[in-house]
Design a protein around this ligand. Structure first.
Ligand code: KIV
Length: 273
């Protein structure tokens, strides 16, 4: 099928231009070349190689288990499918808490694997790391609200920024990220009103996930959009396909065809395949 749009962003400048033009920024995660190609063909603006890959593709219990090696491998695969589309790669757990030099090494490995920018969670403790990366030529996307890498501290995945104090902290952190040089901020699982207030308070784009419609753009995990996982269904994600049922129907048909010797066809000549 031909591409529905050639709107893939190439650089982080396209992010600020979209915000200025009030054009919603569309992001999806991807973890491999084939899915990256589909995301670009669908007309998304940018791809996140999220550390959610640890859970989605590796069956691990949380994003805390994502390693730099894993993120580099998937970033390189996504780049091979994404053409020139802007790719943001997640800095894995712990990789930006060992000082700015170690953080620059980790971020550099992701950039050399094909990312155009990196994303890291929170702001406390990263005051030196973020400007160090940015001044070294590595664009940084922030991530506030629900911080999945802090699940052991948070005790679960739940809405953040609900109390006035917590909301004020998120808004203040967004301002700090902007001052430190971040080019955009993901707002995950925060009330829509807070996401709107943060979006109006800063001059860089906000990308929402479970944060309502008032952000500069949206991101969803690709497998949630495709409905591939029958056991996990985040409330805020919209399913555009019952991918789990569709894939199972196709696979059942294949299994049945082999068992009943309807595949392969007797006359099929492998040389003409
Ligand atoms: O890892 C990921 O998929 C993410 C998104 C949920 C924003 O960080």
């Amino acid at each position: 099928m031909p591409s529905r749009s050639s709107g893939a962003m190439k650089t982080i400048r396209d992010f600020s231009e979209a915000r200025r033009a009030a054009r919603p920024i569309v992001m999806l995660t991807a973890y491999d070349a084939l899915m990256a190609r589909l995301v670009v063909q669908a007309g998304a603006d940018a791809i996140l190689v999220g550390d959610s890959v640890a859970m989605v593709a590796h069956g691990l219990p949380s994003t805390v288990e994502a390693t730099l090696e894993m993120m580099v491998l998937h970033t390189a695969a996504v780049r091979r499918g994404a053409g020139a589309c802007l790719i943001v790669a997640d800095m894995p757990f712990g990789s930006y808490r060992k000082g700015r030099h170690a953080a620059a090494d980790a971020a550099g490995a992701l950039i050399q694997a094909g990312a155009n920018a990196v994303k890291l969670e929170g702001v406390d403790g990263h005051e030196e790391v973020i400007p160090h990366l940015v001044s070294g030529g590595i664009p940084v996307m922030g991530h506030l609200g629900l911080l999945p890498q802090s699940v052991n501290l948070l005790g679960g995945y739940r809405m953040q920024g609900v109390s006035p104090v917590a909301a004020a902290k998120i808004e203040a952190d967004a301002r700090r990220l902007e001052q430190l040089g971040a080019f955009a901020v993901v707002l995950e699982c925060v009330p829509a009103g807070l996401a709107g207030a943060v979006t109006r308070a800063i001059d860089i784009p906000t990308i929402g996930i479970g944060a309502g419609p008032e952000t500069s753009g949206q991101i969803l995990v690709l497998t949630d959009v495709l409905g591939l996982d029958d056991r996990f269904r985040p409330r805020f994600a919209r399913r555009y396909l019952d991918g789990h049922a569709a894939v199972l129907t196709a696979l059942h048909a294949y299994v049945e065809d082999v068992r009943t010797v309807r595949f392969p066809e007797a006359q099929c000549d492998p040389a003409s395949a």
